[in-house]
Design a protein around this ligand. Structure first.
Ligand SMILES: Cc1cc2nc3c(=O)[nH]c(=O)nc-3n(C[C@H](O)[C@H](O)[C@H](O)COP(=O)(O)OP(=O)(O)OC[C@H]3O[C@@H](n4cnc5c(N)ncnc54)[C@H](O)[C@@H]3O)c2cc1C
Length: 475
């Protein structure tokens, strides 16, 4: 049995940031993730926005962590390999009576210390975002807001943490935990066990179940679904900035998001559902999304839609619940991490590190901690000359496996070597299967490369882990 100082349960963006932060200290840290890869929970299906800091009052922990987290992204972007851009956020008011709410958001942003926030006239907001409807009467501009590829962020954080000594266990669903002799013995559903002096519950939608396993507080996470349309890169309706409507009392509303990789996302809806695995989408909701998007950007067209999908918010109270448990010893709760959980996540890492210290974990910095991960070339970003140089060294760079997103065989092999051996893992790492044809042309090629490189037989290839086999034997 392996022994650790800290075990982090769940490897979404919260667990990954905590792991990376702890990797800077002379302690042994393990991350226990039930899925076949990291970032397969809520952190894979969200809007990918680094929020602007004006939606929440600073009396909430989530607002304070959002402000701090957002400011940390520039340095993280210099150190790690993930797509990120501060394109700015606009809030568009379509009626005069919405301007009162816009003014409230502006005052809240000023009180929160948002840098450069602007209350905008009709002319100014249309100058900032010319694709907005001519009905727009005014709005708000937050230049520090940004866009990010959320899964690539998690992959880069985990790569950095592992490089600095953190041990990652995948397919490790925590189902039992006992505390004695000042340490937790933590068991997976397949019988594997580890021990840790401290445990962190960052299990997202399942944080309530994990809390119960550790004898912690009783609470119930209610999934709140958000459905989206994804539009092709070819769309003429791509805005230059993230476009928000004026929010309601329950949601930030449905947005138009120019993703960092060039597509456009429209959504999300906000509907409470019972099932934590219900990622279905519905025609009624998708129609609502398109209507809402078109009200702000009239040139959006259904013809550009390439797919739809849903994410689930781990809804608890209005605020994040990040505290040492009052019931379970040496156990930190990181639950109810809804939006702006992605934006806040670097600050959550810092905050949880301090909480662990406050309950007795001794932290001494490593002298050899290395914050950098290797920046990997991507075919689609290279000039023909630079691509040629790579092909001369390795012909796999010249074999374009995914034609929509220009992903070469070399990049698929790289992903597999980094441990992404499911179709979804490869999709999130490389973008192969993410373009206009949604994998129609490249999936079978990727399956063959996984079989060859990972030494897996055809019936071991899955979409996202054990229960999602792709190929069945024909009887
Ligand atoms: C529709 C939508 C849009 C959003 N948009 C934004 C946005 O634009 N900007 C923003 O800042 N935030 C946004 N968010 C919020 C953000 O996505 C979340 O706050 C964040 O991803 C939560 O990360 P997490 O690590 O806490 O949870 P998760 O990503 O869910 O990670 C939890 C992990 O725990 C694992 N796990 C569960 N149970 C166990 C167990 N028993 N043993 C081991 N592992 C376990 C899961 O497999 C999972 O990988 C959005 C959320 C949604 C749903």
């Amino acid at each position: 049995m392996d022994n650790y100082d800290v075990a982090i349960i769940g490897c979404g963006v919260s667990g990954a940031n905590i792991a990376r932060r702890l990797s800077a200290y002379q302690i042994k840290t393990a991350v226990l993730e039930k899925a076949a890869d990291v970032s397969f929970g809520t952190s894979k299906a969200n809007s990918g926005i680094i929020h602007g800091g004006f939606h929440h009052n600073k009396k909430y922990l989530k607002a304070r962590l959002e402000m701090q987290g957002s400011l940390m992204f520039d340095q993280l972007h210099r150190e790690l390999d993930f797509p990120f851009r501060r394109c700015g956020i606009v809030v568009a008011a379509l009626h005069d009576d919405e301007m009162e709410s816009v003014e409230h958001l502006y005052r809240q942003g000023v009180e929160n210390g948002v840098i450069g926030i602007e209350l905008c006239s009709r002319e100014r907001i249309l100058e900032l975002e010319p694709k907005l409807s001519r009905d727009t009467v005014g709005g708000l501009y937050a230049p520090g807001g940004g866009i990010i590829e959320p899964y690539r962020f998690v992959f880069a954080l985990v790569e950095s943490a592992v490089k600095n000594g953190v041990k990652l266990y995948t397919d490790f669903k925590v189902t039992a935990a006992q505390y004695d002799a000042e340490k937790w013995t933590i068991e997976a559903d397949d019988g594997r066990k580890i021990t840790a002096r401290y445990a962190v519950n960052s299990a997202g939608l399942f944080a309530d179940e994990v809390s119960r396993v550790f004898g912690g507080e009783e609470f119930t996470i209610k999934p709140r679904k958000g459905e989206y349309f994804l539009m092709d890169k070819q769309t003429k309706a791509r805005p230059g900035r993230v476009v928000f409507p004026v929010p309601t009392s329950v949601s930030k509303g449905m947005l138009v998001i120019p993703t960092v990789e060039g597509t456009v996302l429209v959504g999300p809806t906000a509907d409470t559902v019972e099932d934590k695995n219900d990622y279905s989408t519905t025609a009624v909701h998708l129609e609502k999304i398109l209507d809402s998007g078109k009200a702000m950007i009239p040139s959006l067209s259904q013809n550009d839609v390439i797919t739809n999908f849903a994410g689930l918010r781990p809804a608890l109270e209005e605020d994040f619940y990040i505290e040492p448990s009052k019931k379970a010893p040496a156990f930190i709760q990181v639950a109810g991490i809804q939006s702006p959980g992605l934006t806040a996540s670097p600050a959550v890492g810092e905050y949880v590190k301090d909480l662990l210290k406050s309950i007795g974990l001794s932290l001494t910095e490593k002298s050899d901690w290395d914050p950098l991960v290797e920046e990997r070339p991507r075919s689609r970003e290279l000039s023909p000359f630079d691509l040629d140089k790579l092909i001369a060294k390795d012909p796999a760079w010249g074999n374009m496996v995914c034609r929509c997103e220009n992903v070469s065989e070399a990049e698929i092999i790289q992903a597999i070597k980094l441990g992404h051996t499911t179709l979804d893992g490869i999709k999130y790492f490389t973008r192969a299967q993410m373009g206009r044809c949604q994998g129609g042309f490249c999936t079978y090629k990727i399956i063959k490369i996984i079989m060859r490189e990972a030494g897996l037989s055809w019936d071991a290839i899955t979409k996202h882990g054990s229960s999602s086999r792709i190929l069945e034997a024909q009887l």
